[in-house]
Design a protein around this ligand. Structure first.
Ligand code: MF3
Ligand code: CO
Length: 256
């Protein structure tokens, strides 16, 4: 499939979806509390998304049984919301959200702490976020997708963390997943050329220990094999004439 270049009208629609995600993350952050089940948080998210006239597009995507993905501690991605998964102080929780409004989709993820967390967990979350910004700084017409991948990989590995090779970022907008793949490891000056009007979901997934991950028998839940913590951070990004715009990031939320 060719990489889709979006019109200004389409980009405006993707931004509408992005705004809903920005608001939702504030709600989820405030509700990431000891004693909450990930099922409750999923319902809260879906109710909010519906109240905005939008759709939680994880639901039933290839059969996914939740409205958003909620992944706790050693679950990297695709955690299935459950009444049996109860948050406790010290956990870290990743929320991965797809919102579609008027046919256009934005995609983003955050990892939030439950109460007080260890210094090492905090550091993991910060490095994962920072690696996104290292990657996105490469985005401009004329650069290559591999420039993003290489910047993320270099930064993450400089902290002694690792990156799985099974999952990657992607184009997003008309569909949940579009070309190109935006891998979190790779070589600069390789891969597709970046052009104005592309919309990319850039999503570093970082393991504190080894890179190996496994999928549980439920067909979704992706965990680290060594049981160590992992973190996920994602934004939808529009390629502009001279760089990029991050459309799922709250103003003032970035240190950059
Ligand atoms: N948001 C995820 C991504 O970045 C997709 C989640 S898979 C789903 O690709 F089934 F939960 F939707
Ligand atoms: Co994504």
């Amino acid at each position: 499939m060719a990489i889709i270049i979006k019109s200004d009208r389409e980009i405006a629609l993707i931004k509408e979806a992005g705004k809903i995600i920005i608001e939702l993350f504030d709600i989820l952050k405030d509700n990431t509390l000891p004693g909450k089940s990930t099922y409750e948080l999923d319902i809260l998210a879906n109710n909010f998304i519906k109240s905005k006239g939008a759709i939680a597009s994880c639901y039933n995507y290839e059969g996914f049984p939740g409205h958003i993905c909620i992944s706790v501690n050693d679950t990297l991605i695709h955690g299935i919301p459950s009444k049996k998964i109860i948050l406790k102080e010290g956990d870290i929780v990743s929320y991965d959200v797809l919102v579609t409004k008027n046919g256009y989709t934005a995609d983003a993820a955050r990892t939030f702490p439950v109460g007080n967390i260890s210094e090492e967990a905090q550091k993991l979350i910060e490095v994962t976020e920072e690696s996104f910004f290292m990657g996105v700084k490469e985005v401009r017409p004329g650069a290559h997708i591999g420039d993003i991948s290489n910047a993320i990989e270099t930064y993450v590995k400089s902290h002694g963390y690792s990156i799985n090779e099974m999952f990657a970022g992607h184009g997003v907008g008309r569909e949940v997943h579009e070309d190109p793949y935006v891998e979190n490891t790779g070589h600069a000056h390789t891969g597709p050329l970046i052009k104005k009007g592309m919309t990319l979901a850039i999503e570093p997934m970082v393991n504190m220990g080894k890179k190996d991950v496994k999928i549980l028998d439920d067909g979704w839940t992706c965990k680290t094999v060594d049981g160590k913590l992992c973190s996920h951070y994602e934004n939808t990004v529009v390629v502009t004439s001279d760089g990029y715009e991050i459309i799922t990031l709250k103003e003032g939320d970035s240190r950059h």
